[in-house]
Design a protein around this ligand. Structure first.
Ligand SMILES: NC(=O)c1ccc[n+]([C@@H]2O[C@H](COP(=O)([O-])OP(=O)(O)OC[C@H]3O[C@@H](n4cnc5c(N)ncnc54)[C@H](OP(=O)(O)O)[C@@H]3O)[C@@H](O)[C@H]2O)c1
Length: 378
């Protein structure tokens, strides 16, 4: 196929990036970026980022930006010594190819994956199949491969235009839910029957609770804030819903703790209440925004960090890439109908809407039944 450039690609393109100050996530700025599509190198493509989801997970990326290299995916424009203080938060969403010098990727192709909070991205697709490609930009080579894989949605059997927003909001989080469910069942729930999830109202916990119900005999307990209790009860996938201040009133039984909140206080309350009956403690998230490593000296099992991309590498090897996709797609297809009644998509377009949604997410004031899907295009 010959090189393809669109008409717009022949002129400069005005783009924008939403940047945050790494040391103080309350400080934000928009930086205009002039793109020169004619500068694309052979095999590169230029994509226009159409829409992306924003959840607590993206705030966690920012909080762990240095520790876990999340700032490394999308270095801001014009980064130099002094600009190193700023970073771009990665998000999940859809983009359209608007210029291509890649022989197998055509203009107008739509892709799904990991993008910057910005209007454009220049990409260097490497290994490619009909259904996906791996971004091979040198600065991303050492970053976890799960984030470098992009779906070519025309060949995605699970894709439905009607569910595009839900795909951005939940599909990447559901992969984590799926992998935790797989891990726990692989370990026979460490001999326990009760699984306790903190931040039960979060989308990742909701997906996990849904999957856990497939295991006979498992009791799924959701821990949440008082203000989110009604929402969590309405989800219908928790056997018991318990507010954080009610942990001490629960029956003491063998249990596994899956921690999405990352709150030191909640973790301590769970460990102290269950003591030696706590057979496994899985540290997944930090939706409550506390920067504290898994606690030392707590009763019960020692908290162990679960990093979904690592488990994905393991399962892709065990099952082969196709085996992983088949299992995941089947679970996702079954989960999707539960979403429509539970999460309402809230759309925001343009700079001020993106900034407002980011600030609400940072402040923790977004309601759990809202799913923010944003675009920097007006
Ligand atoms: N380790 C991994 O591989 C991995 C993968 C995916 C996700 N995660 C993590 O899982 C967590 C959940 O992510 P998500 O995107 O599913 O979340 P989400 O749906 O946006 O979760 C929203 C919920 O989080 C809690 N929350 C949010 N902001 C808060 C704040 N400022 N203060 C207190 N509580 C707050 C509230 O739940 P409650 O009131 O119920 O506590 C809220 O309803 C994140 O930390 C994410 O990074 C980890």
């Amino acid at each position: 196929m010959s090189q393809i450039l669109t008409a717009t690609a022949k002129s400069d393109l005005a783009g924008v990036q939403f940047q945050v100050q790494k040391a103080d996530l309350n400080k934000t700025r928009f930086v205009d970026a002039v793109l020169h599509a004619d500068d694309l190198q052979p095999d590169q493509i230029l994509v226009k980022i159409d829409s992306f989801a924003l959840t607590a997970n993206n705030i966690t990326y920012a909080q762990l930006g240095d520790v876990m290299s999340y700032w490394g995916f999308f270095p801001p424009n014009g980064q130099n010594g002094e600009d190193d203080a700023w970073g771009i938060i990665p998000v999940w969403g859809f983009a359209d190819v608007i210029a291509s010098r890649h022989p197998a990727i055509a203009v107008d192709e739509r892709i799904f994956g990991y993008f910057p909070m910005a209007t454009h991205l220049v990409m260097t697709p490497g290994k490619l199949t009909d259904s996906n490609f791996i971004e091979a930009a040198p600065h991303r080579a050492k970053l976890p491969p799960a984030y470098n894989s992009y779906l070519r949605i025309t060949a995605d059997p699970t894709f439905s235009e009607d569910f595009e927003a839900y795909q951005s909001l939940l599909r990447p989080l559901f992969i984590t839910s799926f992998l935790i469910d797989d891990f726990l069942s692989d370990e026979k729930f460490f001999g326990a029957q009760t699984v306790i999830l903190s931040s039960a109202s979060s989308k990742t916990a909701f997906g996990l609770a849904h999957l856990l119900h497939r295991h006979k005999g498992a009791t799924v307990v959701g821990l949440t804030s008082g203000s989110n209790r009604a929402f969590v009860e309405g989800l219908g996938c928790y056997d018991r819903v318990v507010t954080y201040d009610e942990i001490g009133q629960q029956p003491v039984e063998d249990a596994v703790y899956v921690d999405f909140a990352g709150s030191a206080e909640v973790r301590r309350a769970v460990h102290e209440h269950y003591g030696d009956h706590l057979k496994y403690s899985c540290a997944v998230g930090m939706s409550h925004r506390e920067m504290n490593p898994p606690g030392k000296g707590l009763p019960g099992a020692k908290p162990i960090f679960f990093f979904a991309p690592d488990r994905m590498v393991k399962r892709s090897k065990d099952w082969g890439r196709g085996g992983m996709e088949t299992r995941l797609n089947a679970a996702w297809t079954e989960f999707v109908p539960a979403l429509q009644g539970s999460i309402t998509v809230v759309r925001g377009t343009g700079r001020s809407a993106v900034e407002a949604a980011y600030r609400s997410m940072l402040a923790g004031s977004v309601k759990p039944d809202e799913g923010h899907v944003l675009s920097l295009w007006d």
